[in-house]
Structures are given as C-alpha cells and as structure tokens.
Write a protein that binds this ligand. Structure first.
Ligand code: FES
Length: 573
C-alpha cells in the first residue's frame, strides 16, 4: 500500500483519511476500503493525501437566513485548497428560526449533538462551522466545544435593511413595530401585506441586534471567529473573502490549534458577556452562552452577570433599542471598534483562532469609527449594561430583563397579576373585549418554559391586549418562563426559573395576586404567603413525558434556563 504517513502529526497521530478509521478489526483493510471509496469521488492522489478540513454546511431550503451558504462553502474550500488542505463539506441539522414548530430552541441541542458527533466520527483535522440563524451558531459552538477539534466559526452575516417609502426596513424589529401598529388599527390589511413583502429582502440573518447578530458578536468575542468578521453583511464581497480566509486559517490550525478548550475559558466567557452587555444584545444569548460555557465545565452565574452589567455601558445605537442595523455597525468600525472601546474591561490574554491573544489583536486601533453608531466610553448610549437578572420568591433561580429595551417608568412597581395558563389560553383570551386588564396590571404567562410542551418559545413578548393597544398603551410589565426574540422590546421579565412546568412558583400565581418588581433591588416577588402557596401546590402535577423519540429525551434531560437549557448528559468535558 502507498505510504501516506508523511502528513501525519509529528506525534504520530494520523491525519486526513487515515484518521478515525471505521473499525473492522483490521486497520489496514479499513484504510484501503476508505481510500477506494474516496477514489470514487474523483479526487487525485495528492489531494487525498492532504490533511482534511471539514466544513459543517447548513444550507437548507427551510432556512432563508442561510441562503448564501453554498457560496460560502465554495469560498472556504478555495481557502483550504490554497493553503494545502483538502476541504470536505458535510451537512448537519439546520435550524431556520421561523420554520420550526413549536420552537427552534427545542432542536438546538439536537443540532449540537449532530455537529459534535459528525466532527468526532468523520476523518477531519479541523472544522469550519458555517452558521447564522439564531440557534445554529450556539449549537455549532456547543458541539465544537465538546468535540474539541480545532474549529472556526463563520457566520452567514446580517441582511441589509432596504429603503422603503422614505425609511429603511429590516427584520425583525420593524416586523414587530408594524404588527403593533396593525393591531392598534393604524395600518390597514393592504398595508401590512406590503410591509410583509419588504421586511426581509436579502440573504443573511435578521438585520438588527437580535439573537443571530448577538451570537455572531459573541463567537468573535470568545475568540472563535476571525477578527472583524461578525457583522460583514451577507451580501458584501468581504463576506466571501472572510470565508476564504477562514478556510486558510483552519488549515494552519491543524496539529497546532488552538483548540476550543484553549479558547473557551472562564475569561473569554466573561469577555463575551461584556460584549453582550455593551451591545444591548439579545436575552437569548445568555442562555446560549451558558450552554456553550457549560460544555467546557464553566458555570455562568446570573449574579456575576449583574456585576458585569453594572460596570459595562451600552455603546451601540442599534435596533431594537436604538436606530441602526448590524450592517451599519460593521461600516461604523465593527467589532474592532467596539472591543477597542471596551479594552480595559476585557481579559486581553485570551487566545483566539488566529493564534494571537485578544490583546495582540487589539494592539492596532481601528482605522475609523462612526461615533453616531459606536459611542466612546465617555459618551455611552447607556451607562449600564443592557441585561439584568432579578431574583426573588417568584424566580428563586433568577429571571432576565432587558432593561435597555424596557421602559424605566415600569421598573419599580407593584401590580395585579393577570394570568394566562398557557400559550393556548393567551391566544384565546388576549383580545377578548371582556378581559379584566388595565395598563397597570402585570401580565403573567405560565407553562412556556423549557420543560413545557412548547419548549420555551419566544412568546415572552406578550402582545398588549387589543383594547389597550387601541387606547394607546405601548408597554406593560409582562412576566413569563418563555424567551423573547432578540428583536423585541418592552418591560418584559423572561426565563423565570424554575419554570412553571417543573413546579416553580410561577405555576402557582393566580389572577389578582400581587407581584412586586424592583429592577433597582434586582427583585421579583410574588406577594402570597407560604401557607397559601403550599395549599395551591397540593396535587400539582407536571406535564406528561412524551412516550418516545427525541421529545422524550428532551423532556427527560433538558435543564432550566439558568443552566442554558442544555441536556444534563451533554454538559462538562
Ligand atoms: Fe434567521 Fe432571524 S430568522 S436570524
């Protein structure tokens, strides 16, 4: 047999097709068989002897946000080939946010398992992960953190907001803005149809600082993406150049690293939290970052999130809290400008995929910064971070409020609970003209958390009841164990843990109970005495566990939001 061991690792670890052989009890036969099948692809002998870069490709007709994945795969391949590697793309689960029922989060862990196991099982020496839509980047980073093979994240990039009748429209804050107007009777049926056709008009992920944009920034802040690639628009030629450079860099990492275990550390996770706060990023990101960190045995405490939030200003003027889009952020100086501004709050000794530390990366200041979009530390958009955790008798393990997207007038309040027991109950009664609700009430949604049958959907943005919306009410305190889209806004308490379906206090709130919210004190309390709560708990039963399949595994394994909604058996190293 041909001697192709010259490309093996100096320590003797096999590379390329010699790696991860199928077990027939005869290693030489396994290699012979694999190579003979690989010959059928038409690869030349010299290419077959190269080290391999796997490309996790997530193009799918059910994922519009990944429309440009085929183009990116080609560019990554070009970079790999030019650098001396053999690129081999492989499919994994792809999660298109709005095409999944009941909700995409339910399948994030499935995608992470798929990614981890295909990276482990197939003969690759490094991997490029192409993701973008909300749950895909977290799933890929979780899988990569567990597989611990040299890996680089490449994102599809944000959509570009397009001009429309004197303004620019971009998914999906504008989707919600116009839907709220439609519900209030300010936009006609015909008008909303026209808007629908103009909200998402290019390839790429949601145009605002939603979950996809936040996770792209977090991947780079962790050190898992090439510098300044997080926010390059999906349709820009630089996005393709970034893909080519990512492929080349993946080859350079073969045998040398750094591996995810050297990049995803307690310090880099804190850096990512700081960036999340400075961006006023999506509340979903704290769940995803907790899950990614958990794969390396790193705990994120919500108390620490509060400490970081109190010292980290919001520096960007991006929707849903501000006025600009993620592509504008890139044009304004992007991640290099933001990270430079935050330099004294970051751990600069963290390693990145380039082999440089974050400090080395930031040695060169950005060439240009548009201070209208990315503020200086001296003139922040907001002096404190975008997210805050609250704790109390209603949420013993915490809940999250995106204060940068909320109305401060509602931060220190006591209100009467108006309870919806499920999503179905909410849909059935929210617009009932007889619903007993006032603008001062606290709307409470139960059974929409991770253990509920709905799998923690982005339902925490409870609509303002139609009769109040039509009377001009724009915001109310809303509380749930659900999540909220990163593109939404309002005084909304999310991720209440433990959730109602696991028997947390949220399950026992009743209409008319009093609830006190104090953002200043980081508190959320149900003002019902313990004896009454004990009475309500009697005979309580959680939801049935599905009889079979992935949904059964999910119900048996999923953890609460404060542990990232990962599966118990997937955490740790
Ligand atoms: Fe894919 Fe928003 S729907 S990023």
């Amino acid at each position: 047999m041909a001697d192709d061991t010259k490309n093996d690792d100096p320590q003797g670890e096999p590379r390329g097709f010699r790696r991860n052989l199928t077990n027939y009890g005869d290693r030489e036969f396994a290699l012979y068989l694999r190579r003979s099948f690989a010959q059928s692809t038409g690869l030349s002998k010299s290419l077959m002897n190269r080290p391999i870069v796997g490309i996790a490709q997530t193009g799918s007709d059910f994922n519009n946000c990944h429309r440009n994945v085929p183009e990116l795969v080609e560019a990554v391949k070009r970079g790999v080939l030019a650098a001396g590697g053999l690129p081999l793309a492989f499919p994994t689960v792809s999660l298109g946010e709005v095409f999944l029922s009941p909700t995409s989060l339910l399948f994030r862990n499935l995608m992470s398992v798929d990614t981890e196991e295909m990276v482990r099982a197939q003969p690759m020496d490094a991997v490029v992960l192409i993701g973008g839509c909300d749950k895909t980047v977290p799933a890929q980073l979780m899988g990569a953190a567990s597989a611990d093979l040299p890996a680089i994240q490449l994102v599809t990039g944000p959509m570009v907001a397009m001009p429309f009748r004197g303004e620019r429209l971009g998914a999906c804050t504008d989707c919600r803005r116009f839907w709220a107007k439609y519900r209030a009777g300010e936009v006609s049926d015909e008008g909303i149809d026209t808007i629908e056709a103009n909200l998402a008009t290019t390839a790429g992920t949601c145009a605002v600082m939603g979950t996809a944009s936040t996770m792209a920034a977090i991947a780079e802040a962790l050190g898992m993406s090439l510098p300044d690639t997080a926010a390059i628009p999906a349709v820009h030629a630089d996005r393709i150049r970034a893909a080519e450079a990512t492929g080349a860099r993946a080859v350079a990492m073969i045998g040398k690293g750094p591996r995810p275990s050297e990049i995803i550390t307690p310090k880099s996770v804190e850096n990512a939290m700081t960036v999340l706060l400075a961006l006023g990023g999506s509340t979903n990101a704290i769940i995803h970052l907790t899950a990614i960190a958990g794969r390396r045995g790193i705990e994120i405490s919500l108390a620490r999130l509060n400490e970081l939030s109190d010292r980290t200003p919001v520096l960007v003027d991006l929707k849903p809290t501000g006025q600009y889009y993620f592509a504008d952020f890139h044009a304004a100086g992007g991640m290099q400008a933001l990270l430079t501004e935050l330099k004294d709050l970051l751990h600069l000794d963290c390693m990145t995929v380039t082999g440089q530390t974050l400090g080395e990366r930031l040695a060169t200041p950005p060439a240009w910064v548009d201070r209208g979009v990315i503020r200086s530390r001296a003139e922040p958009f907001d002096p404190v971070g975008g997210l805050v955790a609250v704790f109390g008798s209603l949420a013993p393990r915490g809940a999250i409020l995106k204060r940068s997207a909320a109305d401060p007038k509602l931060f220190e309040r006591e209100g009467r609970a108006v309870v919806f027991s499920s999503l179905e109950d909410l849909a059935a009664r929210i617009d009932d003209p007889d619903l007993d609700v006032t603008p001062d009430d606290f709307m409470v949604l139960q059974n929409a958390g991770p253990l509920s049958a709905s799998g923690m959907p982005e339902a925490g943005y409870l609509p303002i009841p139609k009769k109040l919306a039509q009377a001009g009410v724009k915001d109310m305190v809303r509380i749930s164990d659900a999540r909220m889209s990163g593109t939404a806004y309002g005084t909304i308490v999310l991720h209440v843990s433990p959730d109602a379906a696991s028997g947390g206090p949220l399950a026992f709130v009743r209409n008319g109970d009093r609830i006190r919210l104090s953002v200043r004190d980081r508190r959320i309390d149900l003002l019902v005495d313990e004896a009454e709560l004990a009475r309500r708990r009697e005979g309580w039963q959680g939801p049935d566990v599905p009889a079979r399949g992935y949904r059964r595994l999910y119900a048996q394994q999923v953890l609460q939001a404060d542990q990232g909604c990962d599966f118990e058996f997937l955490r740790g190293v």
